[in-house]
Design a protein. Structure first.
Lengths: 292, 407
């Protein structure tokens, strides 16, 4: 009897899942792939909204309080909302520098790192462009980093994380080949975009961005700058304007009407548009909408 | 035949000979090159050493990487009021502020005001503590508005703060002036706590409950220097407690509610202040939201003339239209004022209230222009009830490292 009770108690502790909070949805999905059944994933930010400006609702404190691990995008993307939440969540595990804090951007080389920063240039990120999640080729690195961290935090399940990672990497490799083949057929590679949100996807597949609708990062379009963009579009024969889900869409529509270019609504994260709920769907949606 | 073979052989030999010569030459050239590189290297090393010696700029003791985050907030205004500056400086708010006791530190004057330059610093001390300091520089005064340490690594969802800090009493008390939605404090806050709110040396303990919804409980022991309600500082006299909870009704609508209590001593006896607050936040888009925030404060206080019972309320509605524009309105009033009014004989001291509206434009996250109009029916000026109307254009900038604002 004692033995049974003991083994039940023991089982309880073995099967107690660890809670991993991720700031954004795609990171959450990769964590689920690697964590499998041993991990409960909580995503903090809704992908309906601008990832730079998430409202620091007190309910997020309740979600952070119990986390064993916090996975952040980094590169300054969360600086406008996450720091006060981490400070007020009273959770020693997830303080920056603690064992349960993981900043993915440290493991990647960010694009467009400015050599000189000033807020006179708008809302630029000193660490470089943080929107790396749109490059599907970076997913394996992210998965490896998360798997490594999970196995450090939860050593008992290290083998299962390694197995999950192995399986996921194989699947992803197959998927990437089909995506790359599909993108190779893409002819028109000239675009403009609202914010420098899709640079990583554009780089991965050899697209060229000719300009942003924002005159400076974080500054709303001005009529002068919009005219310049129209000029650029006409001179270079650009046919696609990349629009995200959370900025105003009037400017892009206005430019489209003037130039005949088409507005493509591109998700910046999982769940930002319909049918982009899995990693594959997310990248497929970007691919299909970019490459018409 | 023989001849041909011989000549062939000699030519081969000759060829081989000249080949050898060439090789030797090549090797010699290579040796020269290596030699040159070696001497160059030695020379360069020497030059480097000389240069470093001549310009010894060791950074082994540099601690620049550990500098605290430093921010600067500037707040200024241009203002027009229907009362002269000297008369306004001595305003009274019946039951709360006697004539001559007012401390209008924000936007006191008709004309131009530089309210403050606020320097804030934050740093991680070590794995166990964070440190914060806010230095409030008025045109003619320096004030440590806050300076405290906060724990990073306590277990059981506990956190301790110690130093001088703004109490988390109610919804508004802990917020700095530049993060208020209006340039002025609600009447009841000004009446009960004065312009700085409850801000004292003390210690704070906060705990977040292990529940799925947010529940936070906090306790504070403070010096109680605030003479508006407390001020008997023969020993520390102020104890504050609160319970706050927040629920998301939908993904986009959240409610935050709190109850607070403060018990302290003034020079005539006990002071108790109670507060209830409710905030509703509806997110309409990434840059658009509707916020309804209300608070009720009640004070029971022993005074020289008996037991005062006073209460007030404010309610405000803020509409953030987009990342640039916002507008809002606030109504605040004193709803109970049972206290000695003998100083105001012959003056109507009932129905003290104020209405404020504002329109704000933010060219960018770190600068804000706010046009505010208020109609204030709570003031006694030059011994007569005087309705004060005031219009101001307020400019606030936040430069350097500035922490994200809390909810």
């Amino acid at each position: 009897m004692k033995k049974i009770l003991l083994s039940v108690l023991f089982a309880g502790s073995v099967f107690a899942n660890i809670q991993v909070d991720t700031t954004y949805a795609a990171l959450g999905e990769i964590t689920k792939k690697v964590g499998g059944d041993s991990v409960d994933v909580v995503v903090l930010a809704s992908s309906k909204y601008d990832p730079h400006f998430i409202i620091p609702k007190p309910s997020l404190l309740a979600k952070l309080r119990n986390a064993d691990l916090l996975v952040i995008n980094g590169g300054g993307l969360e600086i406008g909302w996450l720091p006060p939440l981490i400070k007020s969540a009273n959770n020693a595990n997830i303080q920056a520098g603690a064992k349960g804090f993981l900043d993915i951007s440290h493991f990647l080389t960010l694009m467009d790192k400015p050599t000189f920063v000033s807020r006179g240039f708008g809302d630029i990120h000193a660490e470089g462009n943080p929107h790396y999640i749109t490059d599907p080729h970076l997913v394996p690195t992210i998965a490896k980093v998360i798997a490594k961290k999970l196995s450090m935090i939860d050593e008992a399940n290290a083998d299962s994380y390694a197995a999950n990672l192995d399986k996921f990497l194989k699947e992803w490799d197959v998927y990437l080949k089909t995506l790359d083949t599909k993108m190779a057929t893409c002819k028109d590679k000239k675009v403009v975009q609202y914010h420098e949100l899709f640079n990583y996807f554009l780089r991965a597949y050899g697209f060229k961005n000719y300009g942003d609708l924002e005159p400076l990062p974080g500054i709303s379009p001005s009529s002068k700058h919009t005219l310049e963009i129209i000029d650029t579009i006409e001179k270079n024969g650009i046919k696609t304007i990349l629009q995200d889900v959370y900025h105003e869409k009037k400017t892009a529509e206005f430019i489209a009407a003037k130039t005949g270019a088409k507005v493509a609504l591109i998700p910046h994260d999982l769940g930002a548009v319909q049918s982009a709920d899995t990693l594959e769907e997310f990248y497929n949606t970007i691919a299909t909408r970019l490459c018409r | 035949m023989k001849k041909t073979v011989l000549s062939l052989m000699t030519s081969v030999l000759l060829f081989a000979d000249s080949d050898m010569e060439q090789l030797k030459l090549d090797i010699q050239k290579l040796q020269e090159k290596v030699q040159k590189i070696e001497t160059d290297n030695v020379q360069k090393e020497q030059e480097n050493l000389d240069a470093k010696m001549a310009n010894d700029s060791s950074s082994s003791f540099s601690q620049n990487a550990y500098l605290p985050d430093i921010g600067l907030v500037l707040d200024m205004s241009a203002l027009n009021r229907n009362v002269s500056n000297t008369s306004y400086a001595d305003y009274a708010m019946p039951g709360f502020i006697a004539s001559g006791d007012a401390q209008p530190i924000f936007n006191p004057d008709s004309g131009f005001n530089l309210n403050y330059a606020e320097v804030s610093m934050h740093s991680v001390v070590d794995p166990y503590f964070d440190v914060f300091a806010v230095f409030h520089l008025h045109p003619d005064a320096f004030e440590i508005e806050e300076a405290y340490v906060r724990t990073r690594a306590l277990p059981y969802s506990l956190r301790v703060k110690a130093g001088k800090f703004k109490s988390d009493f109610g919804r508004l008390n802990a917020k700095h002036q530049h993060s208020w939605n209006f340039a002025s404090q609600p009447l009841i806050y000004e009446g009960v706590f004065g312009p700085d709110g409850i801000s004292d040396p003390g210690i704070q303990l906060q705990w977040i409950a292990p529940t799925n919804i947010y529940v936070m409980a906090g306790m504070e022991a403070m010096q109680g220097t605030n003479t508006q309600s407390f001020g008997d500082t023969e020993r520390n006299n102020l104890y504050v407690g609160y319970l706050k909870s927040s629920v998301d009704i939908t993904d986009d609508i959240s409610v935050l509610a709190g109850v607070s209590g403060a018990h302290g001593k003034n020079t005539s006896g006990d002071s108790d202040v109670y507060g209830v607050d409710l905030t509703l936040n509806a997110q309409l888009g990434s840059y658009s939201s509707l916020i309804w925030q209300s608070e009720y404060l009640k004070r029971n206080m022993d005074s020289t003339t008996g037991k005062d019972k006073q209460a007030g309320v404010y309610s405000e509605l803020i509409y953030n239209m987009d990342s640039n524009w916002a507008t809002g309105a606030r109504y605040d009033a004193i709803v109970q004022n049972d206290t000695d009014m003998s100083a105001y004989a012959g003056v109507d001291t009932s129905n003290l209230d104020r209405t404020t509206v504002m329109l704000q434009y933010k060219p960018f996250e770190f600068s804000r222009l706010r046009l505010q109009y208020s109609y204030d029916r709570s003031k006694i000026i030059d011994n007569a009830r005087k309705d004060v109307s005031e219009v101001m254009l307020n400019l606030t900038i936040e430069a350097g490292s500035h922490g994200a604002h809390a909810y």
